[in-house]
Design a protein around this ligand. Structure first.
Ligand code: SAM
Length: 349
């Protein structure tokens, strides 16, 4: 496609309150280096204008890998009998938080599978302790819960919540999550917003049956909901799931989707996801140059980190707690950006 045509479509998408699916599809299909260079440079300018040059850090602690769900793509799904299940104690979580705080990080992300016996009050105590001892921003990523539970955690001090919609294509959603319900997930996202959480969502690129048209609709969904954060990562097949033999998501399509999400949503915080860094090469640098402004160093203590195996080849599973930050400083310096140690609250309000 000619440079002129790409720029023309980009301008139309950027200036439109509701871009056309056909325009988004066209931009998602860009594949040659000269074409994608134009797309990523545009997204990079939009990122700089609305989210600045700093790269925010969110330290993640994967505190529990038990899960009642059966998501076809996920290595934690309850039918996988080959992984060792674990749950950190409150003091293990708080120790990792202390190390994170000592490195100057201001946001902790507490993530887990959806354990059927998760004690909501247990997590509320952890949240209160983190707030009292370290005054960090607390992001939760603990899946679908009822309103009462979301309220309890919000009142305990949680600031943000991540719940990826994974795909907005109902058919694919149902095929990937046979026992779950798309509308319930959207209701959870609405409930979180009503309770005053800064809300993050996101998608997986490369799920079976997914098309560029469905990804275009995902991006419009992000725009309609005005999410504060959006995570976009490639599908990586896990050898002990039913999708073991599926093709992995393409880095190129993931980067195109990320760039377009930046252009359409403008202010949302967008991580260069761990999955993007866990492919045949580390594509997080490319992600940061295509609209992303967040990195998520891992603070899950050893020896548990390798058991949080959503997909194989996950980055940094052998690293010690705290080793990721210096490594990320090198990564961002190589693209002449800098780490931002502020809270990095939402830019949407
Ligand atoms: N249970 C919580 C939830 O459902 O939101 C949070 C944890 S969940 C395991 C974290 C994310 O991992 C999911 O939202 C999904 O996008 C991602 N994930 C799981 N398996 C994956 C795979 N094989 N490839 C890429 N991403 C995957």
């Amino acid at each position: 496609m000619s440079t002129f045509k790409i720029k023309d479509v980009l301008t139309r998408v950027y200036n439109s309150k509701r871009p056309a699916v056909a325009d988004l599809e066209l931009l998602l299909s860009l594949a040659t280096e000269p074409e994608t260079r134009i797309l990523y440079a545009y997204a990079d300018r939009v990122r700089k204008k609305f989210a600045g040059n700093g790269i925010l850090l969110r330290g993640i602690i994967e505190f529990d890998n038990n899960c009642r769900n059966n998501c076809l793509y996920c290595g934690l799904n309850r039918q996988n009998k080959h992984i060792k299940r674990y749950r950190l104690t409150q003091s293990q979580v708080l120790d990792s938080v202390a190390r994170m705080a000592a490195q100057g990080i201001k946001t902790v992300v507490l993530q887990s599978g959806e354990a059927s016996d998760l004690d909501a009050e247990w997590l509320a105590i952890v949240i209160r302790e983190i707030k009292q001892r370290h005054h960090l921003a607390v992001t939760l990523s603990v899946g679908e819960q009822d309103l009462k539970t979301y309220r309890l955690w919000r009142e305990a001090g949680a600031d943000r919540y991540l719940l990826k919609i994974e795909t907005t294509d109902r058919e694919i959603y149902q095929a990937m999550h046979p026992e779950m319900d798309y509308d319930r997930r959207v209701t959870c996202l609405r409930n979180l917003k009503k309770l005053g959480y800064q809300v993050g969502s996101g998608i997986i690129i490369g799920l079976r049956g997914q098309t560029r048209s469905s990804i275009a609709r995902d991006i419009l969904f992000f725009q309609r909901h005005g999410f504060d954060m959006i995570g976009i990562g490639p599908f990586i097949p896990h050898y002990q799931t039913r999708l073991a033999k599926d093709k992995k998501g393409e880095a190129l399509l993931t980067l195109n989707a990320l760039a377009l999400t930046r252009i359409v949503t403008r202010f949302s915080h967008l991580p260069a996801t761990t999955a993007l860094g866990s492919m045949e090469q580390d594509y997080r640098r490319e992600g940061l140059q295509a609209g992303a402004n967040v990195l998520m160093p891992n603070f899950t203590p050893q020896p548990y980190r390798r058991y949080y195996e959503l997909y194989p080849g996950k980055r940094c599973v052998n690293e010690a707690v705290g080793a990721c930050v210096p490594c990320l400083a090198g990564l961002v310096a190589s693209i002449k950006r800098h780490l931002d140690f502020s809270y990095g609250h939402t830019l949407m309000r």
